[in-house]
Design a protein around this ligand. Structure first.
Ligand SMILES: [Zn+2]
Length: 273
């Protein structure tokens, strides 16, 4: 079994006291590769540092989350372009629109989003996309830029059947988090799992956020971590009506193809047999 967590905020300060243990627990739980999300200038720098000190296991994204959109000035954009070109960076993002929190003004969000899409197109790397309560604007902007992009994933997809159809029609991959484990707000996602082509379905924890609600033994801290990816994989496998092993294999292959990840080292795989 070899799972890939395509979205883990390992640079987050909630991991400062025990990051090596968190990474070790993930590897021991069969999460052989992780993509560390960059969500601001600062977290992108930290994500890259982490990725480069764990080659072939950790990778990074470079980007500015819509919450931080107002911070994306010319100087940060130039730095981002430089950072995004590094081999450890496998995608631009997370970028997109978040009209739920509106931490940055919406016009600043749209500007920062477009800027990052253009950057991704220029350097030929896929995009790691965030969208909340902004589906119409998000798809309209993507429709304009999709042709120039090599690919992308709608990370933490939580939308409706119609939104899924529209996202798939943009030829994007879908990232599923532990949101699907929430019987109150995530139940609608389960029947949609069969509608996602295997080559475009990926899984992620979004740790430290979104601790799966139905975990049998929840940590007192309520902090999510990448070791719980196997739990999410089991829920998604059940919803698709496939074996856990098959889901692990197809989601890892899909992630490896989109982000151009190398195969995990044999000795890491053997740990889990
Ligand atoms: Zn996000």
């Amino acid at each position: 079994m070899a799972l890939i967590d395509i979205g883990v905020n390992l640079a987050h300060d909630s991991f400062d006291r025990d990051r090596p243990e968190v990474i070790a627990r993930a590897l021991a739980a069969g999460v052989v590769q992780m993509i560390v999300t960059g969500a601001s200038g600062e977290s992108t720098r930290r994500a890259i540092e982490l990725a480069e000190s764990h080659p072939a296991k950790l990778f990074a994204t470079a980007g500015v989350h819509p919450h931080h959109a107002a911070e994306l000035d010319g100087e940060l954009a130039a730095e981002l372009e430089e950072l995004a070109a590094r081999p450890s960076v496998v995608a631009l993002g997370e970028c997109g629109l978040d009209y739920y929190r509106d931490f940055s003004p919406r016009d600043a969000q749209r500007r920062a989003f477009v800027r990052q899409l253009e950057l991704a197109a220029r350097i030929g790397k896929p995009v790691f996309l965030h969208q909340r309560d902004a589906h119409a604007d998000f798809t309209a902007i993507l429709r304009e830029h999709r042709r120039a992009l090599v690919g992308g994933v709608a990370h933490c997809f939580t939308g409706s059947a119609a939104e899924l159809e529209e996202t798939l029609s943009l030829d994007l991959a879908i990232g599923i988090t532990g949101w699907i484990c929430d019987e109150r707000r995530g139940a609608h996602l389960r029947p949609l799992m069969r509608d996602i082509p295997a080559a475009r379905l990926m899984i992620e924890t979004d740790a430290p956020y979104l601790l799966p609600r139905d975990l049998e033994r929840k940590p007192a801290s309520r902090r999510n971590e990448p070791a719980y990816l196997a739990h999410i994989a089991r829920v998604v496998a059940r919803a698709r009506g496939v074996e856990f092993g098959a889901l692990a294999e197809t989601t890892a292959a899909a992630a490896r193809a989109l982000f151009g990840l190398p195969s995990p080292l044999m000795r890491d795989l053997e740990l889990h047999e």
